[in-house]
Design a protein. Structure first.
Lengths: 119, 106
């Protein structure tokens, strides 16, 4: 079946980096954009950016530019999101999700990866 | 950035009630509006895309309408499994902003 499976929970110290993976299965990986969305405790979702697995092109929200790197490995159908210079307010659940186009919505989501930033 | 404003932020309803949630965009987004349902500890689930298209597998009691700046999600007859938080999201431009959410409670 179509699914996105994310890597496990991470605990990092302020100033460190974290890299979350998102492995796709059950569909053509290069046919759908992969978005990264995070959700801080008790808050609504926040869109971070997307990667086009076909071209490798990316687009990220301005507030994360310079801190976030999105990559993909087409040989393993896996997308990655790395966030640098972590702060306590980066503590959140990080999701990957796919969409085929901007009119289609994000129809398949990963299970989420909890990232805790604490000294 | 396009701001998405949902109302109400929460509502109390009973089984069988008709529920309406509204979402207003700070500028026209045509029909690039999606609705998601989220339950505690779970990822959001796509209900409606393109303002009014029902995602495959979603019950027909859910419907969406609107275009431009004003949109509505309607649940025609509230079921026990519908108690959740609902978010609108625009996909007209990046950043793909979400509304602040509407919590539907008993």
């Amino acid at each position: 079946q179509v699914q996105l499976v994310q890597s496990g929970a991470e605990v990092e110290k302020p100033g460190a980096s974290v890299k979350v993976s998102c492995k796709a299965s059950g569909y053509t990986f290069t046919g759908y954009y992969i978005h990264w969305v995070r959700q801080a405790p008790g808050q609504g979702p926040e869109w971070m950016g997307w990667i086009n697995p076909n071209s490798g092109g990316t687009n990220s929200a301005q507030r994360f530019q310079g801190r976030v790197t999105m990559t993909r490995d087409t040989s393993t159908s896996t997308a990655y999101m790395e966030l640098n210079s972590l702060r306590s307010d980066d503590t959140a659940v990080y999701y990957c999700a796919r969409d085929v186009s901007s009119v289609a919505g994000m129809d398949v989501w990963g299970q989420g990866t909890t990232v805790t930033v604490s000294s | 950035d396009i701001q998405m404003n949902q109302s109400p932020s929460s509502l109390s309803a009973s089984l069988g009630d008709r529920v309406t949630i509204t979402c207003r965009a700070s500028q026209s987004i045509s029909s690039y509006l999606n609705w998601y349902q989220q339950k505690p500890g779970k990822a959001p689930k796509l209900l409606i895309y393109g303002a009014s298209s029902l995602q495959s597998g979603v019950p027909s009691r859910f419907s969406g309408s609107g275009s431009g700046t004003d949109f509505t999600l309607t649940i025609s007859s509230l079921q026990p499994e519908d108690f959740a938080t609902y978010y609108c999201q625009q996909s007209y431009s990046t950043p793909r902003t979400f509304g602040q959410g509407t919590k539907v409670e008993i």
